[in-house]
Ligand binder design. Structure first.
Ligand SMILES: [Zn+2]
Length: 324
């Protein structure tokens, strides 16, 4: 089967995404917790961002931070928002593995696609932080009352934080939910013990800033070339990008029994320092993502140094006085 992207497939994919959302809203089963816990998302996000305290808390807080908004329903049950279901084992490990490499890659690309969309939304929302002459608009960056993550914020700063946070959530999850950084346990490789890639670099196919400036067909082609053949995430009983669920994940690399490093006590955290590897990878990644966002604002809003002022307004708690 030809898995190269085409206009028809892209249209089908966005129809599918709408369908996934509809399916999720009507059928929400109970599921075991998945993703780094809110507390781990908070630690990673705080370690990565050189922001002032109130703003950093709005982004990172274990319960109410923007980065944790996608662990609330209905978002919790949408696999691509957690980089789930991109599971695969090569024939040398399992000649009868029930999913193809192409299918796994499609799920991972759905995860990247939603991060790209959030990134673009965040760049657009930042326009409201600063007026046409480059002055910070005080009311738009005021955090004296909390932001709500409803997609309909009354302040530009809240809107940017929401889009960034929702886009970063799954990128952090990728490091806890995939074998990118980790090591396999001793013994045979198989669905319960997939290979570990042991990588210490940020994943090159999560270059969201770059992809946000490219046509979808082009970045997908590029990302596809960069995804290693042995990369896997875990099957989870949420909805994959086609809207399908696999409640028992039979015969597959699972999130719950094989691969996740959501906490220090998780199944794959028991091998070596796999939990530390995942958190270190996610932290380096969010550092890169923030630098990419800063660069995108400078590039999108060069006139009157507006992009620079947007960065100041985003990172400071009282921009009206801190960003003259
Ligand atoms: Zn998650």
């Amino acid at each position: 089967m030809d898995h190269r992207p085409s206009a028809g497939r892209r249209r089908a994919a966005s129809a599918v995404a709408t369908g996934v959302m509809a399916a999720v809203l009507t059928a929400v089963p109970a599921g075991a917790a998945h993703a780094f816990t809110g507390g781990n998302h908070e630690e990673i996000t705080r370690a990565a961002l050189p922001w002032q305290p109130l703003t950093l808390t709005a982004m990172a807080d274990a319960r109410d931070g923007a980065v944790n908004a996608d662990d609330r329903r209905p978002y919790f049950d949408i696999g691509p928002l957690h980089c789930d279901n991109a599971d695969y084992l090569a024939p040398r490990y399992d000649p009868r593995y029930p999913r193809t490499r192409a299918r796994a890659t499609a799920e991972l690309l759905a995860c990247v696609r939603s991060a790209v969309a959030r990134f673009r939304n965040a760049v657009e929302a930042a326009d409201g932080l600063v007026d046409a002459d480059g002055r910070v608009r005080a009311g738009q960056s005021d955090l004296s009352t909390p932001c709500t993550w409803s997609g309909r914020s009354d302040r530009a700063k809240c809107a940017v934080l929401e889009q960034l946070g929702r886009g970063w959530h799954q990128i952090e999850d990728f490091y806890a939910h995939s074998n990118w950084t980790d090591r396999a346990a001793p013994g045979p490789i198989g669905p319960d013990n997939p290979p570990g890639l042991g990588r210490t670099d940020v994943a090159p196919f999560l270059d969201i800033r770059r992809y946000s400036t490219m046509k979808e067909a082009d970045w997908i082609r590029r990302a596809r070339e960069l995804i290693p053949a042995d990369l896997t995430t875990g099957c989870y009983p949420d909805a994959d990008s086609t809207g399908a669920r696999s409640p028992d994940c039979r015969g597959r690399v699972t999130h719950n029994r094989a691969l996740n490093k959501d906490t220090a006590a998780s199944v794959r955290s028991r091998t070596d320092d796999d939990f530390r590897r995942a958190t270190a990878g996610a932290t380096a990644e969010i550092t890169r993502q923030w630098k990419g966002f800063e660069a995108a604002l400078r590039a999108a809003y060069p006139e009157h140094r507006r992009g620079e002022r947007m960065i100041c307004a985003l990172t400071h708690d009282t921009p009206a006085t801190a960003c003259p």
